[in-house]
Write a protein that binds this ligand. Structure first.
Ligand code: COA
Length: 263
């Protein structure tokens, strides 16, 4: 385990993926240190949560974002400043002296995931697969493209719960990378999920996007969680994931999990 304060650098072909496990971070004095990192708007938001569980998840997510980005930018965690695009996607406010980092955050019951890359659009999604969902074909049609609905309807019923989260996390990560929220029509892009290492996307003409611009990963950080990353790649660059687990302000360690599928 390493200290959680050394400076960090992300190479041009790397995505750094940071995990925090909220259920493992309960020390009262540490949580109060995290509260000190919040700006006034974040403190207000943190106080507004009705359930402790959501308040705790929010605090761990903020602590992971601020302490980790601080190490790449050499800006004190509480002094980092963010802006949001028109659809709410948070971005770092850079100065001439800070690296052009892009990041995206996702949180769900039991896990926070933060993806960091140098100057490329990135989207991250994590979902807890213990969540109840419907896999009835008529219900998924409002989230999936016609081709995805057709592919989904042909897989055996016992595989549908798992496959549903493949589609969901991939589609959500693509939407988040584009940063346009649900204004981007979910039925206008299709993930083709076959065997390992054959993941690909196709686009309806209306989206005017090119599959060659993108690289995707689908993975399961824990037996209960599925995650996906979409990256708008720098032309000609093959990216790799570097994974770390952190207790913000305390420790970090290498983290590994199986990549289920990639492009
Ligand atoms: C808000 C949205 C970006 C993600 O919501 P989500 O999956 O509930 O939440 P996640 O935990 O994955 O992501 C939330 C984080 O994404 C970031 N985010 C917010 N708006 C964003 C946007 N437009 N683009 C990218 N990232 C965004 C924020 O950091 C946010 O966390 P914070 O508010 O604590 O800072 C959006 O895609 C949405 O509303 N999705 C609804 C679900 C849906 O129907 N999905 C269809 C998939 S098939």
């Amino acid at each position: 385990m390493k200290s959680a304060s050394s400076t960090l650098d992300v190479l041009p072909n790397e995505i750094h993926v940071w995990y925090a496990f909220p259920d493992e971070i309960r020390q009262t004095s540490l949580l109060s240190d995290y509260q000190q990192l919040l700006n006034p708007a974040e403190t207000q938001q943190w106080q507004r949560f009705h359930f402790d569980k959501h308040r705790h998840l929010y605090l761990i997510a903020r602590a992971l974002v601020r302490t980790t980005l601080s190490r790449y930018t050499a800006i004190t965690p509480s002094r980092l400043q963010f802006t949001k695009n028109a659809y709410g996607k948070p971005e770092l406010i850079h100065s001439d002296r800070t690296p052009q980092l892009c990041f995206n955050l996702s949180h769900t019951d039991g896990l926070v995931v933060l993806g960091i890359v140098s100057n490329q659009k990135i989207g991250v999604d994590v979902e807890n697969m213990e969540r109840q969902i419907t896999t009835a074909v008529e219900d998924i049609a409002r989230y999936f493209s016609p081709q995805e609905v057709s592919d989904f309807s042909q897989i055996p019923a016992h595989q549908r719960h798992d496959r549903f989260f493949d589609y969901w996390t991939l589609k959500e990560s693509y939407i988040k990378a584009c940063g346009m929220g649900l204004s981007l029509p979910l039925d206008q892009f299709t993930f083709h999920i076959q065997e390992k290492e054959s993941l690909r996307i196709s686009f309806a003409a209306s989206l005017n996007d090119d599959p060659n611009n993108w690289q995707f990963w689908l993975f399961d950080p824990t037996p209960s969680h599925k995650a996906a990353i979409s990256l708008h790649r720098h032309p000609g660059t093959e990216y790799c994931l570097v994974m770390k687990k952190a207790v913000p302000l305390v420790s970090e360690q290498d983290f590994s999990c199986t990549i289920l599928n990639t492009s």
